[in-house]
Design a protein around this ligand. Structure first.
Ligand code: HEM
Length: 405
């Protein structure tokens, strides 16, 4: 019988793609002892699990995966409770709020970071830009004090370490749980004050939101803000790092995007397919389910390998090639992630922030290309992806002609 790859081993972390292929081909449903879960890797199987309307698969796994650090978030909710919560939070991340209120926040935060290095001729696009930009945007969208941004970054780091702690390091776990307490001590008084004095920011929108007579409690809003650190911060951070890694290592595609900026949505969609920020998410089976010729028993944890599904040769031609012009992407000008890849998941938990992420990436790519007409990787540098649960380059040293000041 086929053996599951050890997804906690250094070899897998260095390059999971051969193991992904082997699983898709000969072990599309396989038990993984260290994580006590069933791993699935084919596009059709992962798509089916995401699209399931909770008859077969639930998100109960998040009760132990994220609750210790975030409290009860939208990801743990199901059925009508989830639908109402979605309706309460989703409008803030699309349409007029996104365009009018938050686009200026996105643009100014990106510019502020670029201004710190544009005169120097060199930068690390991960450390100096990608790891800061989306978290700063969230803090500003929420209307938090600029003086608190450093603490917000500290919590961000602790939260993503907690969520990526697949091997169960007790110190990382304890730091995550402390963060939950500190974050609540910080946020709850701010939420209460905001209720008394509503403004134009995201926190005020969440305080005022009402659907079918339901409103969010202070604790609900705090948990949502905490989730945004990981869901809206780390993911977009990795997407920005990866889109630049992909373009800088494919100079002809970088040149095409520089020339025709309407290709950015394609480059973003192909980046999310080829190098998704989130490589795996889990679900819990509610009943016995047949998948790819085997049975997942009721009550089991299922690891859905987005990183493997997005390179399924049954779904994409030449899947291991980064090609923003590939004809199996439908993202032309409209945003059609749901049809292109599984990086934002699908179905009822489909990423609430997909349009916000797209706006951040478009702004970032446009501003960086404008500021740096000859942007290139530092001599001899080859980007290295890191991470198993979430994945992306950890550094991206670049060179460019300094902007005249
Ligand atoms: C859900 C990926 C950006 C907020 C999700 C899920 C994925 C994902 C895979 C589904 C999780 C599951 O079904 O278990 C991404 C990626 C992003 C990104 C790859 C960037 C490229 C954002 C941003 C926000 C955000 C910027 C900020 C608002 C959320 C929320 C959910 C979610 C709140 C939960 C939705 C629900 O449970 O109904 N995201 N995300 N994400 N995302 Fe994102």
């Amino acid at each position: 019988t086929a053996q599951a790859p050890d997804i906690l081993s250094p070899e897998f972390a260095a390059n999971p793609y051969p193991a992904y292929r082997a699983m898709r081909e000969s072990a599309p449903l396989i038990w993984h002892e260290p994580t006590q879960s069933w791993i699935i890797s084919r596009y059709a199987d992962v798509e089916r699990v995401f699209k399931d309307k909770e008859a077969q698969f639930t998100t109960d796994n998040y009760n132990w995966q994220i609750e210790p650090v975030h409290g009860k978030t939208i990801l743990q909710l199901s059925g009508r409770e989830h639908a109402v919560r979605r309706a309460l939070v989703a409008p803030a991340f699309r349409g007029s709020d996104l365009q009018a209120k938050f686009l200026p926040v996105i643009e100014s935060n990106s510019r502020e970071l670029i201004d710190q290095f544009r005169a120097t001729g060199s930068a690390d696009l991960v450390g100096d830009y990608a790891t800061r930009f989306p978290v700063n945007v969230i803090a500003d969208m929420l209307g938090l004090d600029k003086a608190d941004h450093a603490r917000f970054h500290g919590w961000y780091t602790a939260v993503i370490a907690f969520l990526g702690n697949l091997s169960g390091d007790p110190e990382v776990a304890a730091a995550g749980e402390r963060t939950r307490v500190e974050f609540a001590e910080y946020m709850i008084p701010i939420i209460q004050a905001r209720r008394e004095n509503l403004g134009d920011d995201l926190l005020s929108t969440l305080c005022a939101a009402e659907v079918d007579g339901v409103r969010m409690s202070d604790e609900d809003i705090k948990a949502f803000c905490s989730l945004l650190l990981a869901a809206g911060g780390e993911t977009t951070d990795k997407a920005i790092a990866s889109i630049f890694a992909n373009l800088l290592t494919h100079p002809e595609q970088l040149a095409a995007v520089r020339e025709d900026r309407s290709l950015i949505p394609r480059a973003f969609a192909e980046t999310l397919r080829f190098t998704p920020p989130v490589h795996m998410i889990m679900r819990q089976s509610a009943v016995d389910v047949e998948v790819s010729g085997g049975t997942i028993p009721a009550g089991a944890t299922v690891t859905c390998l987005i990183g493997a599904a997005n390179r399924d040769e049954q779904r994409y031609k030449d899947p291991d090639r980064f090609d923003l012009f590939r004809d199996d992407l439908t993202a032309t000008t409209a945003f059609s992630a749901a049809a292109d890849h599984l990086a934002f998941a699908l179905g009822r938990h489909f990423c609430v922030g997909a349009l916000l992420a797209k706006a951040e990436v478009e702004t970032g790519v446009n501003q960086l290309l404008d500021a740096m007409p000859d942007l290139r990787l530092a001599d001899g540098f080859d980007p290295v992806e890191q991470g198993v649960f979430t994945r992306g380059p950890q550094s991206l040293p670049v060179r460019f002609t300094p902007a005249a000041s």
